[in-house]
Design a protein around this ligand. Sequence first.
Ligand SMILES: NC(=O)c1ccc[n+]([C@@H]2O[C@H](COP(=O)([O-])OP(=O)(O)OC[C@H]3O[C@@H](n4cnc5c(N)ncnc54)[C@H](OP(=O)(O)O)[C@@H]3O)[C@@H](O)[C@H]2O)c1
Length: 376
Amino acid sequence: MKNVIILGSTGSIGTQTLEVVEKLKDKFNILGLACGKNIELIKTQIEKFSPKYVCCADEKDTLELSKKYKNIEFLFGENGLLELAKISQNDILVVATSGIVSVKAVLEAIKNKKTIALANKETLVMAGDIVMKEAKKNNVSILPIDSEHSAILQCLNKFDNPFAKNLWITASGGPFRNNTREEMEKFSAKEALNHPRWMMGKKITIDCATLINKGLEVIEAHHLYNFNYENIKVVIHPQSIVHSLVEFNDGSFIAQMGVPSMHIPIQYALTYPERFEGIKTNSFNIFNRNLEFFEPDTEKFPLLKLTIECGKQSGIMPVVLNAANEVAVYKFLNHEINFLDIEKIIFSEIEKTNNIINPTIDEIFEIDKETRKKLI
Ligand SMILES: NC(=O)c1ccc[n+]([C@@H]2O[C@H](COP(=O)([O-])OP(=O)(O)OC[C@H]3O[C@@H](n4cnc5c(N)ncnc54)[C@H](OP(=O)(O)O)[C@@H]3O)[C@@H](O)[C@H]2O)c1
């Protein structure tokens, strides 16, 4: 029986992780849960999974909850997340928060030698060099939840496969794959949120529409698998059946396929390297499938190229890009800007940035804060 703590249990990945755990309740026990502001949902989760520790973003919520749930130890804010990362009885920390709130908790969990099941991309985009160095030093596994990175791990069969030559990350192409830029300019948040294949949180769904998400995934793959950027390729695959591929030195390609469901990569991260039946997803019918693969159009989706470029430059470039993107996406969701303004804001911020190589974790947070402050 392994103990699991989920940061971001009330979100899209967090709730699906609880569904996976529920199906494998003889293997996993929920030791702790952390949410932001969705107090109604955390109450339901407390009653179903009886965690020993619960963390909320705001202290007032924990004070309210502690009146009802007397046997739970309540924590709050970023310090609460750090405390959860230190709990000695824990075996796996699932990082399913959005944004950058959990980056320090991940580093703390690594120092405490906890296995990390990582959904949150921002952790590796902002601080990949620091996080992976600490993970190596402490012999800690960072198991990907992102479906593409899970697919790559399944194809590689281990983290360090000397025969792998190129990683091929698939992308559905998002809701605007077949639209012109003139059309994109007019699309509303509702239209951009209509992802053709996956049901996800709002921020990542907009990131799929601009294709910045694929660039962030390239950065993630660079850190997770220690691959050069030149050996990580993006391929548009509208059917979202092949979740990624690995090309080997003898010319063989190995692909991981299945229905688009996050339950599979979440479960694989929890049970790695074993596999169990777990949640029954819609069965995958292999007959009469049309699988298409196209080169991405970086003229139409320039954020894909820019993001990979920022990854190559490393230092604070991915930090600025990530912060500018987050501010721009929330402005778009709040109807303050139009769809193509997202890229204008990011390009303008990147052009103004003088890179700092090998920033410390404090510098990373400072740059992130400054960038957001300027743009809000
Ligand atoms: N969704 C997917 O299919 C998918 C796939 C691959 C990777 N990812 C990555 O996984 C991460 C989560 O994505 P998501 O789609 O699950 O996001 P989401 O649905 O927006 O959920 C975010 C979670 O983070 C919590 N949270 C936000 N601010 C917090 C704070 N200050 N303190 C504690 N908890 C906080 C939220 O709590 P409340 O709701 O209670 O406020 C919620 O539980 C992102 O980095 C995303 O890029 C997601």
